[in-house]
Ligand binder design. Structure first.
Ligand SMILES: Cc1ncc(C[n+]2csc(CCOP(=O)(O)OP(=O)(O)O)c2C)c(N)n1
Ligand SMILES: [Mg+2]
Length: 665
């Protein structure tokens, strides 16, 4: 059913009324954007978006991403009006209050229908690129019958101005993601005022130059909006629709100004807007006839869902499709079992980045959901395997993405892919450039997305490239992010174990911090019969070597420094000082263990020493006040790795006397 334009006007005004009233009630929020984009959104939801409010988890639904997350009342209004179970009107009434799912910015974990968390400008659009990639990939595997949907984005001037926009649209243009349509709220207003204060860019030309289809419309003319959407749908390229809008449209004295961007309109202006819009209803009341029209917007989607379900039941690919959409589960651990057992018999001295590649081979073979990639460091990150062929505009079935030098864009796209479902993304870059994509990693954690970041060259051990490339504070700073597991494995077997763990936490992202330099294999004894239950890294830290003499010292280390800890322990043992070595690949998992387990590993009556080639801040938590923290609290330098480790004091000959000293004091 097509709802005609004269009925769309009151529907759009319902969004305006809810938005200004909710912001007014909260005395906080952003009425301008939802009021300005109400007309565009009404056309999208009533005529184009494929969705069924009763089945927000339907895999073949269109994705709607509100990249301009500050305009959250737009999506809350749309979800409520079109008949999603939530938010209820009471929840909208409690906009921005504790306990309401109508949070200041839309959160994917609070409401179904919110496909991703937005607010950090630019990232919503960049995540939408990942969603569109996942869609095309699954389409290539399962065909139009099972996977064929669009990704719609509402983005503001801010989303287009952010640097990440360049990365995201470059990737989308290159991959020719024709099912991606961005609705630009082209209101020429940001917080500080008109956009000419800060930009002279020809945005449309930039998008065109990047391989996008670009068109425009009057964002307050329903038929013109509809025409532009039809045009965008018909074009095989990704589309940008510049929707010319008036921010705060409907507020007679404030519309068109930044005053409507992020502050309540005030009671007088709200009353004046009611007058201008001809909206007589009380706050938080939507007249029945308007609500009825809104509730009808999901009808076409419900029919489409029914037809899709029939196609799925009849499809010969049904079982394969269901496996693809399911969680990875135990498959990862099973996939590496043989690999670890073989390593136990035939140890290998390789860099952990190489060990990661070795683990990825069976993992990518066994897990069809895995889609790898790298930000132009494939040969350094060792992220590509024989099972992962390139994903290209001509063949989306590939499982390897050449992201180009776009770390932030890559991480955001990975979030989008993971949120889309049916794929599990991993992507690589140098650990130092985790800072380039840090906010997207943070959003992985906040959104409960199980993306895996393969971050190689994890310390001064990378050597000659020097301090710009040598992580010092990165590993510790990633440990600080809530709901993010940072793994720093010490050898081939730990690396495989950490991979299995990373793939077993679909709601927690992981960073694998991996070495450039070769490392001896320390594990193997007892691993000949390795199975999922014997994953030593699962507890985050474990005793790798036990003291022979009376235990006086426990050395805790991670990654490349574990071998050094073993050397130190051997020297101490020779001097009669009993020393345990605890390998600590993941402090977050260790922190989650019982007090008894922690006390057993890090007993109070021993001197506890940490060794990690990075910031020492934070290690006191494990070594205590009397402990010793060996690390690097300054920048590195350019030199061969061996020289650097010696220069920065990472040799047994330098460390053992410090430990002896501490024992004697
Ligand atoms: C990365 C980031 N930087 C800054 C902000 C703060 N901020 C929120 S909205 C906004 C202005 C956005 O302007 P525009 O996208 O044009 O939105 P409009 O005013 O048109 O609603 C800013 C600077 C943010 N949310 N994210
Ligand atoms: Mg704007």
């Amino acid at each position: 059913m097509t709802i005609d334009a004269n009925r769309l006007q009151p529907m759009a005004n319902a969004i305006r009324a809810l938005s200004m009233d909710a912001v007014q009630a909260a005395n906080s929020g952003h009425p301008g954007m939802p009021m300005g984009m109400a007309d565009v959104a009404s056309v999208l939801w009533s005529r184009h978006l494929k969705f069924d409010p009763a089945r927000p988890d339907w895999t073949d639904r269109d994705r709607f991403v509100l990249s301009a997350g500050h305009g959250s009342m737009l999506i809350y209004s749309l979800l409520h009006l079109s008949g999603y179970a939530r938010p209820t009107m009471d929840e909208i009434r409690n906009f921005r209050q504790l306990g309401s799912p109508c949070a200041g910015h839309p959160e994917n974990f609070l409401l179904e229908g919110v496909e991703c968390t937005t607010g950090p400008l630019g990232q919503g659009l960049a995540m939408a690129v990942g969603m569109a990639m996942a869609e095309r990939h699954l389409n290539a595997k399962f065909g139009d019958d099972l996977v064929n949907h669009r990704t719609w984005v509402v983005a503001g001037d801010g989303c287009l101005m952010e640097g990440i926009n360049h990365e995201a649209i470059g990737l989308a243009g290159h991959l020719n993601l024709g099912q991606l349509i961005v609705l630009w709220d082209d209101n020429a207003i940001t917080i500080d005022g008109t956009t000419d204060l800060s930009t002279s860019e020809n945005i449309k030309a930039r998008y065109e130059a990047t391989g996008w289809h670009v068109c425009e419309c009057d964002g307050h003319d329903f038929e013109d909006i509809d025409r532009a959407m039809e045009e965008a749908k018909a074009d095989p390229r990704p589309s940008l629709i510049a929707c010319k809008t008036v921010i705060g449209k409907g507020a007679p004295n404030k519309q068109g100004t930044s005053a409507t961007h992020g502050a309540p309109l005030g009671p007088d202006e709200v009353a004046a807007a009611r007058e201008m819009l001809g909206w007589d209803a009380e706050p938080f009341v939507v007249p029945d006839d308007i609500l009825t029209d809104w509730r009808a917007t999901g009808e076409a989607g419900r029919d489409a869902l029914g037809e899709w379900e029939a196609r799925l039941s009849a499809s010969p690919k049904k079982a394969e499709f269901e496996t693809q959409m399911a969680k990875v589960g135990d498959t990862a651990a099973q996939a590496i079992e043989g690999h670890i057992r073989a390593l136990a018999i035939e140890p290998q001295k390789v860099a952990t980045r190489k060990a990661s590649e070795m683990a990825l081979k069976p993992l990518t073979e066994a897990i069809p959901q895995l889609i790898g990639g790298s930000a132009d460091l494939t040969g350094s990150n060792n992220t590509k395997t024989p099972s992962t062929l390139p994903m290209t505009a001509d063949d989306y079935s590939g499982r390897y993405v050449y992201y180009g030098i776009r770390e932030f864009g890559m991480a955001a796209a990975m979030n989008g892919m993971a949120l889309h479902g049916g794929v599990v993304p991993y992507g690589g870059t140098f650990l130092i450039f985790s800072d380039y994509c840090r906010n997207a990693i943070r959003l992985s954690a906040l959104q409960k997305v199980g993306a895996v970041y393969v971050m190689t060259h994890d310390s001064i051990g990378l050597g000659e490239d020097g301090p710009t490339h040598q992580p010092v504070e990165q590993v510790m700073s990633l440990r600080v992010v809530p709901n993010l597991n940072t793994y720093r494995p010490c050898d081939t077997i730990e690396t495989a174990e950490c991979w299995a763990l990373a793939l077993s936490t679909p709601e927690t992202p992981s960073v694998l911090a991996l070495s450039r330099q070769g490392l001896p294999q320390l594990r193997g004894e007892g691993d000949e019969n390795w199975s999922a239950d014997s994953n030593s890294c699962a507890k985050g830290g474990y005793r790798l070597r036990s003291a022979s003499a009376d235990r006086k010292v426990v050395i805790v280390a991670s990654g490349s420094e574990v071998a050094l800890a073993v050397d130190c322990a051997e020297q101490l043992e020779e001097a009669g000082v009993g020393t345990d070595v605890v390998s600590m690949p993941c402090t977050e998992l260790f922190d989650a263990q019982s007090d008894a387990y922690k006390a057993d590993l890090l007993p109070k009556d021993a001197l506890i020493v940490s060794i990690e080639a990075g910031a020492t801040l934070g290690w006191e938590r494990y070594t205590g006040r009397g402990g010793l923290n060996i690390g690097i609290d300054k920048f590195g330098a350019s030199a061969p790795a061996g020289d650097l480790f010696a220069h920065y004091g990472f040799t047994a000959d330098t460390i053992v006397p410090q430990i002896q000293n501490s024992l004697n004091n």
